[in-house]
Design a binder for this molecule. Structure first.
Ligand code: HEM
Length: 524
C-alpha cells in the first residue's frame, strides 16, 4: 500500500480570494458561487486598506455594530473600553470608520488647514431643508453664516452682558433666586431642569434679545409647584437629542427612521413644544423684519438677515442656536454643580477663594481670574459629557492620515471622542473622579497650564469647526458658579444640599443626555 499524499484542493474561499486579489472575480451568477454580500465581506476583511487596523471582527465587516451602539447610547464607553482592550490608539469601528484616542492626531484631523471636512452623517442634523451652521458640510456656506454672527461671541461683549442689569446678569440673578427659595423652604428640586431654564434664557436673551422665558414661566408659581414643573422647551430639546441616535445611519435610512419615530413617539406635549419654539423664533425674526427694532445690529437674527440670509432660514437658524446653546451648557452646568454638592471640601475652598477676591477687589472681580474656579470649571468640562461621542470627519482626497503607526487613506471616516480622551487613564489618574486640584500646577496660586492634560481636552471640539458659542458658555459657567457660591456666606448657596444620585449617568448620543433628565437635590 502506498501512501499518496493527496493533492491539496484549495478551498472555494481561498480561490475566490486569490482571484479577487488579481481583479479576476466577476459577480457569480450561479447558485453555488458566493453571494455578492459575502464577497464584499471578504474584501473588507482581507483587502481593505484598513485591514491592519485593530478592532473587533464584526466591526470590520458591517456598520451594524456602530449603528447599534449609537442607537443604544453606549458608543462612548464601548469604544473607550475597546481602545483599552486592544491597546491601540487607532481602532477600526466600522468597515470604513476608525476611532482615534491619540490626542496627537487632533491637530491634523481638526486644525491644520481648517481641519478635515465633516462627514456626511452631519447632514442628518439638517433642519429639514435648512443646513445649520453646525450641520453644514459645505465650508463656504458655514463660513458665511458663522462670520456674520461672530462679533456676538466676542468676550468683551459677552462680559458686558453679565452686569446685573443686562441680559445674562439678570438671568443669573433669577436662577440664584429660585434656588434660594428652594433652600429657604427646604424643597427638593431637579438640578437639570433649573440649569436648562437658565441656559435657554442666557442664549436667547443674549443672542436674540428676546428671553425664551424658561425662568419666568415658573416665576409666578409657589416654590413647591416650581419644583414640580418642567421647562416647556424640554420636549423640543429631548426630541432633537434623541433623533441623534439615528445619526450614523445613511441619509435615506435616517429619513425613514426619523419619519417613523416622529409618527410613533412625538407626543402632543412635544408637538406643542415645537410649536412654541416656532412661534418664539418667528417672533424674534419678525421684530427685525417688521422694523420694530431695525437698529439692533447686534442680534443673531439681524446679523444673519443683514448677511443676505432669507427670513425662513434665519428663523430656522435661531431655533438651531437655541438648541445648540441651551442643551450643552445645561448639561455642563448641572455637572459642575452636582460635583460641588458632592464635594464639600472643593466647595469650601472655592467659597474661601471667592471671598478673598471679593475683599481684594472691593466687590467687583472677574471670576475667571480665580484659579480654583477655573480648575473646577475645567474639571467639570472634562467630566461633563455634553458631546461624548466621536466628532466625525473624513480624510480628504489625496491625503493619508498617519497616526499610531497606521496609514488611513482618503475617504476614511475618523473621529476622536471626548469620552475616550477625557477618561484616558494614562493622562488623568482616577479619570472618573472629580478632582479640580489636578489642574493646579503648584498649589492654588499656580497657573492652569498642564499641557499633557490640556492636549486631551475637547469639550468644545477643536479647530475651525469647534463650538462658536464657547465664550458665551464659559462665561455663563464662571458667572453662575461664582454667583451660587457667593450667596449665603459660609458655604455658599449649596451648603446643606445633597444629591440623591451617586454619579451622573449619560445616554451617550451625539448630544449626551443625563439619564432620566433629572438630578434630584434635597436639603439637609
Ligand atoms: C458648555 C456648553 C457647550 C458645549 C460643551 C458645546 C460643545 C460643542 C462641540 C463639541 C461642538 C463641535 C461639534 C463637532 O465638531 O461636531 C460644538 C459646535 C457648535 N456649537 Fe457648541 N457647545 C456648547 C455651547 C454652545 C453655545 C452656547 C452655542 C451658541 C449659542 C453653541 C453653538 C455651537 C455651534 C453653532 C456649533 C457648530 C460650529 C461649526 O460647526 O462651525 N454651542 N459645540
Amino acid at each position: 500500500m502506498t501512501l499518496v499524499s493527496p493533492t491539496p484542493t484549495p478551498s472555494r474561499l481561498s480561490v475566490t480570494l486569490s482571484l479577487f486579489s488579481r481583479g479576476q472575480v466577476r459577480r457569480p451568477n450561479n447558485s453555488t458561487a458566493s453571494p455578492p454580500w459575502a464577497m464584499e465581506h471578504y474584501s473588507r476583511i482581507y483587502f481593505h486598506p484598513l485591514r491592519h487596523v485593530p478592532g473587533p471582527f464584526y466591526a470590520s465587516i458591517s456598520s451594524l455594530f456602530l449603528y447599534i451602539i449609537c442607537y443604544l447610547g453606549i458608543e462612548g464607553h464601548v469604544l473607550r473600553s475597546l481602545h483599552l482592550r486592544y491597546g491601540t490608539p487607532v481602532l477600526r469601528v466600522g468597515p470604513n470608520s476608525v476611532s482615534v484616542s491619540d490626542s496627537g492626531a487632533l491637530q491634523e484631523i481638526y486644525v491644520s488647514g481648517g481641519g478635515f471636512p465633516k462627514d456626511s452623517r452631519y447632514t442628518n442634523f439638517d433642519l429639514g431643508p435648512v443646513k445649520s451652521i453646525f450641520s453644514s458640510v459645505d465650508r463656504e456656506y458655514r463660513d458665511h453664516r458663522a462670520k456674520a454672527v461672530a462679533p456676538l461671541f466676542a468676550p468683551s461683549r459677552i462680559r458686558s452682558a453679565c452686569a446685573p442689569t443686562e441680559a445674562i446678569g439678570k438671568a443669573i440673578t433669577q436662577f440664584v433666586h429660585i434656588i434660594q427659595q428652594f433652600k429657604n423652604e427646604r424643597i427638593s428640586f431637579d438640578l437639570v431642569d433649573v440649569c436648562a431654564r437658565l441656559s435657554i434664557d442666557v442664549v436667547t436673551a443674549y443672542l436674540l434679545d428676546e428671553p425664551y422665558g424658561g425662568l419666568a414661566e415658573i416665576g409666578h408659581l409657589p416654590p413647591k409647584a416650581q419644583a414640580r414643573t418642567k421647562l416647556s422647551a424640554n420636549p423640543f430639546i429631548f426630541a432633537i437629542v434623541a433623533f441623534s441616535r439615528f445619526s450614523l445611519f445613511p441619509k435615506w435610512l435616517f429619513s425613514q427612521l426619523y419619519k417613523l419615530s416622529v409618527r410613533l413617539s412625538l407626543t402632543d406635549e412635544a408637538k406643542q413644544s415645537f410649536r412654541k419654539l416656532d412661534i418664539f423664533a418667528t417672533k424674534a425674526v419678525t421684530r427685525i423684519t417688521s422694523q420694530k427694532d431695525p437698529n439692533n445690529e447686534y442680534t443673531y437674527q439681524s446679523r444673519l438677515l443683514a448677511a443676505g440670509i432669507s427670513v425662513s432660514e434665519t428663523t430656522a437658524q435661531c431655533k438651531a442656536i437655541t438648541f445648540a446653546g441651551a442643551d450643552s451648557t445645561a448639561v455642563m452646568l448641572a455637572t459642575i454643580l452636582f460635583h460641588l454638592i458632592r464635594n464639600p471640601s472643593a466647595r469650601r475652598t472655592l467659597v474661601t477663594e471667592i471671598e478673598e477676591h471679593q475683599k481684594e477687589s472691593a466687590g467687583s472681580f472677574d471670576p475667571e481670574t480665580i484659579p480654583y474656579l477655573r480648575a473646577v470649571v475645567k474639571e467639570g468640562l472634562r467630566l461633563g459629557m455634553a458631546n461624548p461621542t466621536r466628532l466625525t470627519r473624513v480624510v480628504p482626497k489625496k491625503t493619508v492620515l498617519d497616526v499610531g503607526g497606521y496609514s488611513l487613506p482618503a475617504g476614511t471616516v475618523v473621529g476622536c471622542a471626548a469620552y475616550t480622551l477625557h477618561h484616558d487613564p494614562m493622562v488623568f489618574s482616577e479619570p472618573f473622579e472629580f478632582r479640580p486640584e489636578r489642574w493646579l500646577e503648584s498649589g492654588r496660586e499656580g497657573s492652569l497650564t498642564r499641557p499633557d492634560m490640556e492636549r486631551n481636552m475637547m469639550p468644545f471640539g477643536v479647530g475651525l469647526r469647534a463650538c462658536i458659542g464657547k465664550n458665551l458658555a464659559l462665561r455663563q459657567l464662571y458667572e453662575t458658579v461664582s454667583a451660587v457660591l457667593q450667596m449665603n456666606v459660609g458655604g455658599g448657596l449649596l451648603e446643606g444640599a445633597k444629591v440623591r444620585q451617586e454619579r451622573i449617568e449619560i445616554i451617550e448620543w451625539f448630544n449626551g443626555e443625563i439619564k432620566g433628565h433629572c438630578l434630584d437635590v434635597d436639603w439637609e
